[in-house]
Design a protein around this ligand. Sequence first.
Ligand code: ADE
Length: 253
Amino acid sequence: MRPSLQPRSLMTDDPELARAWRAQIITLFPEAFPGVLGLSLTGTALKNGLWQMHTVGLREFGEGKHRNVDDTPAGGGAGMVLRADVMGRALEHARATMPPAAPILYLSPRGRPFDQAMARDLARRPGATLICGRFEGMDQRVIDHYGITEVSIGDYVLTGGELAAQVLLDATVRLLPGVLGNADSATEESFSDGLLEHPQYTRPADWQGLPIPPVLLSGNHGEIAKWRRAEAEALTRERRPDLWDAYQARDPE
Ligand code: ADE
């Protein structure tokens, strides 16, 4: 038999890829993907089939000759709302190829705040369907009907969900087995104690008259670890009282 000319990412009978984490993204701008996710570690992981990315262009499910996707809000008011029928068709299409354990998430400033624990939970699932909104949001009936979880990446309003989806995917994909080298996984460990990371320094030892803290050049690994811990604690206490309180509640020492 001739070897398949299909790229690995399209070979569905490949058992490796059957297990690959799957991102299904519903968007008006499929060309925005993979964006920054196509670079560096996430990009290499995508090329190597450690995760898969599929986009569903919302416009293709639009109404009429102009493929309309939105309409004015019921009850009046500014802006436009994504239509329930259009989003429903796009979701049915997207869901058909997704495992039931993959959640449907809608990126929205109204959503539950995205955090490292959520990234860890998503990385343990087979994938996720992400809906990127635009305009004033989407018809509430779709959210209720499919039990969609709304997720926010922070208390500010973006023009659309595409950048938010990329943030969520980056944080999730880097936790998939094999995506990070061992050196990088340690970084994740340090965040997972709930502290902000200590400051880092590298060569030159003296820059503009500013030396590297001498303990870091001492070769005393015990003292270095103590210094880093103290710096991480001080930084967390000063910048993120919310994280500091949670950290202390877990480990009062
Ligand atoms: N869409 C618009 N703003 C957003 C935010 N802050 N988080 C997630 N999705 C969004």
